[in-house]
Unconditional design. Sequence first.
Length: 296
Amino acid sequence: MSKTLAFREFARFQDFGLSLVFSDYQDLPEEPAHSHDFNELVLVTHGRGTHLFNGERFEIHSGNVFLVTPGQSHAYASIDHLELYSFLFFEPMIEPFRRELERLSGFQLLFHLEPNMSLPTRMTGDLYLPPDVLQEAITLAREMRRLLQERPPDSRLRVWCAFLQLLTMISLHCRARSRSNNVHYLHADTLSRVLSYIEQNLTGELTLELLARQSCMSVSNFRRLFSATLHKPPMRYVLELRLDKAAALLDGSDLTVMEVAWRSGFHDSNYFSHQFRRRFGCSPLQYRAHKTNLSR
């Protein structure tokens, strides 16, 4: 049974929700599997090894980047001078910037596309940063580590700024290595760009034919690949994304239902209300009233 680790076991700032761990496995024994209550963004900076992830084995090496979400079991084995940085954070830390990050294909690849793949087709160990970008990321990681150790008066702000800069860098440059025998790998970057395009044009007209053109595939091939990778058809994905955005606007703004519908990509308020009720089990106004009561 894997051990569950809490953020407080690693956190440099107990109430900050963001920390960093540098691991040098050169002279350390293989560690037992563990899970945790936080997100762990891992950047492999040197050497190679095996990532034991939810019972599967993935080879990792310098330049790899991957995400371990709460509750997932993982450990490292077959270690050869492995060094890595683990950025530990809670989801709310990036929430204010999520909409902008989701416009970037690398963020879609790392935070949405890869986690939705079923084992053993996941790309853990095959997402990477180009060498020049990796060096910039290492420089930022080292600066964060220094700030967390020395804690100057402005350390919290500078650590957070460095992390946001690093996350943006990864979201811009993260790529998947192609594997000729796996269709998911071959088209991972293409699908991540489509997901980014959807985010950038969520309030506009999005059709299956338009998304297929963005992927440079036929409609049938695009629909089949998208559904196999994301476990839902493309237009269902778009609909649910719009409804989730609408729910967030109902909860966090004073916009009217019609304004919420428009800003979420729905140009027919009756259709919006019907689809919203199907997804959330209540009308938009009932949803807002319920959320308001919960916050009191």
